[in-house]
Design a protein around this ligand. Structure first.
Ligand SMILES: [Cu+2]
Length: 132
């Protein structure tokens, strides 16, 4: 096959075409979160890593944003998880010194939602406030 008078192999054309398709799809496949929020489980409470003094903080998200939520378990000897049923989000139990993350699709409507740790729901619970 020839392009602009130069002979090129069909394989090379196919490879370039495949690369172009992958490049076009990359932003879709790796759609990043708008921001990242890190929670730390410690002393049977959640804390924002950025605010280690406020237990079970209210998490303020903007309607429709995508948030990467990281949970680090720094509670020696304890396992903790994270659940936000209204956001259809959660993390399985994490051992001490472990961490995991998930992507939250924040609802497009403002509102107040609950998050908690399933095994310690009475002590480890807080509010997600979605604002526009
Ligand atoms: Cu817990």
């Amino acid at each position: 096959m020839s392009i602009w008078g130069r002979r090129v192999s069909v394989k090379a054309v196919a490879a370039v075409a495949a690369l172009m398709v992958m490049a076009a799809l990359l932003p879709v496949m790796t759609r990043g979160a708008d921001r990242e929020v890190t929670l730390v489980a410690r002393g049977m409470s959640f804390f924002l890593e950025s605010d280690p003094r406020t237990p079970n903080p209210t998490l303020r998200f903007e309607a429709g944003e995508t948030v990467r939520l990281v949970l680090k378990n720094q509670d020696r000897g304890m396992t903790h998880d994270f659940s936000a049923p209204a956001l259809d989000a959660g993390l399985a139990l994490i051992d001490w010194n472990g961490e995991d993350s998930t992507t939250l699709e924040v609802p497009s409507e403002p509102g107040t939602y609950e998050y908690f740790c399933n095994p310690h729901r009475l002590m480890m619970r807080g509010t997600i406030t979605v604002v526009r």
